[in-house]
Write a protein that binds this ligand. Structure first.
Ligand SMILES: Cc1cc2nc3c(=O)[nH]c(=O)nc-3n(C[C@H](O)[C@H](O)[C@H](O)COP(=O)(O)O)c2cc1C
Length: 214
């Protein structure tokens, strides 16, 4: 792929049925492996669901949601966010409320519950006994996957939703007990006519997060 293609990445949450070729997925993951990490620690492992396994996971996830099964994650998010992220989260929620009609919001939730109809799902683990630096490394790897996917014409969304029923993931793969399922990334080709895919969240003004001394 040409490196001159500008990266216009945003999350897609409604994928078509078109599968992503395994060669393409392997190329995406290989490029993402160039992510820097603490003394090249590379603390991540990747579990990739495609075909029948992805289909099974989409169905079981939908069923668990429908049954109202209590969810949990192996890496616990904070109960209270610090002011900076909480302010941005609130702005995102308000933006989403305004952007979508009630029907579109229902569609958004329904796609999420069915794992976005993703033909390929990447689950990322790291050792349970990890420091915050490994979380930094894993995040770099995850963003590497999203950027490489964009270069290959594949869309994606990193999502907490993907990992909030860890048992279904552990049933599908052989994942050692000392690894924590940290994050999931759904990959595929977006449904072009779907409003769910039209959300384009903005970013903080650079001047609000940057301090320069010359
Ligand atoms: C750790 C993490 C968890 C996320 N969880 C979800 C999720 O459960 N559902 C969802 O629709 N999007 C999820 N997202 C996607 C974010 O909402 C999205 O990246 C953010 O709003 C910025 O939008 P953009 O990716 O389109 O630029 C998550 C992103 C990250 C990094």
């Amino acid at each position: 792929m040409s490196s001159s293609i500008p990266v216009q990445r945003h999350s897609a949450r409604d994928f078509s049925d078109r599968p992503v070729a395994l060669d393409t997925l392997r190329a995406i993951l290989t490029e993402a492996q160039l992510a820097p990490s603490w003394e090249n620690a590379q603390p991540w492992k990747v579990y990739l669901a495609t075909g029948k396994t992805a289909q099974h996971l989409r169905q079981s996830h939908q069923d668990l949601n429908q049954q109202g099964t209590k969810s949990w994650t192996e890496v616990v998010p904070p109960k209270d966010w610090a002011t900076l992220p909480q302010t941005n989260i609130t702005a995102w929620q308000q933006n989403m409320q305004q952007f979508y009609t009630a029907n579109e919001r229902d569609q958004f939730v329904s796609r999420q519950r069915g794992l976005f109809n993703a033909p390929a799902i990447v689950y990322l683990t790291m050792p349970k006994n990890s420091s915050a630096y490994s979380a930094y490394d894993l995040g770099a790897f995850g963003y590497g996957i999203l950027l490489a996917a964009t270069r290959h014409g594949v869309s994606g969304v990193p999502a907490y939703e993907l990992v909030r029923y860890p048992d279904e993931i552990r049933e599908a793969f052989t994942i050692p007990d000392d690894e924590a399922i940290f994050m999931g990334i759904a990959l595929g080709y977006p449904q072009t006519d779907s409003r769910v895919n039209a959300l384009r969240p903005g970013r903080s003004d650079l001047n609000d997060i940057l301090q320069v001394r010359d």
